[in-house]
Design a protein around this ligand. Structure first.
Ligand SMILES: CC(C)(COP(=O)(O)OP(=O)(O)OC[C@H]1O[C@@H](n2cnc3c(N)ncnc32)[C@H](O)[C@@H]1OP(=O)(O)O)[C@@H](O)C(=O)NCCC(=O)NCCS
Length: 152
């Protein structure tokens, strides 16, 4: 019944972050990304972060903000294992894009590891250009950089 329950997409709070961390493996599997979920991000940028909430809890979330050069940057996005492939990831990016545009963003950006094929396919489906940038995270640590213009 995953698709039937009403789902609200709302700005995120530190309480939401806490709930997500308790369910961490349902969002990230074996990868331990807990250290990237700093409360400061939600404290300072909660108005551009989004959480998708249903009766059965948080189904997906996005942590993102607008940088001084007017880039809408998404630091983390994940949907719960039982909510994938239902359009929720796209909905979270759309909600973030609206919030980022309203705050002056003219482009969107995100990064992922070169081995995260699901994330690369997902962002390509959403119209992002994807390219590998050598040494992005330091010497010998490449990342895939996703970019999309918001200009007409
Ligand atoms: C990546 C992720 C957020 C996608 O969320 P989702 O809710 O399944 O995505 P959606 O259902 O909104 O899919 C949107 C589009 O992306 C495509 N897509 C999503 N995941 C895909 C995958 N693994 N392989 C191929 N295509 C994929 C869908 O087919 C869909 O395409 P369409 O709209 O053209 O039909 C989700 O798989 C996830 O949480 N993964 C684990 C965490 C992660 O790696 N996050 C990204 C780190 S940067």
């Amino acid at each position: 019944m995953i698709g039937r329950m009403p789902l609200a997409v709302l700005p995120a709070t530190v309480t939401d972050l806490d709930q997500v961390l308790r369910d961490h493996s349902r969002f990230w599997g074996d990868r331990d990304l807990r250290a990237l979920h700093q409360p400061v991000l939600v404290q300072q940028f909660g108005s551009t972060c989004r959480v998708a909430r249903a009766e059965d809890g948080i189904r997906g979330y996005l942590i993102g903000f607008v940088t001084p050069d007017r880039t809408g940057y998404v630091h983390l996005i994940a949907t719960r294992d039982d909510a994938r492939g239902t359009g929720l990831g796209r909905r979270l990016w759309t909600a973030f894009t609206e919030a980022a545009r309203a705050r002056g963003a003219v482009r969107l950006k995100a990064i992922t590891s070169v081995t995260n094929e699901g994330s690369i396919a997902f962002h390509r489906s959403l119209g992002f250009d994807a390219r590998v940038v050598d040494d992005y995270n330091g010497p010998g640590r490449p990342m895939v950089v996703f970019a999309r213009s918001l200009l007409p």
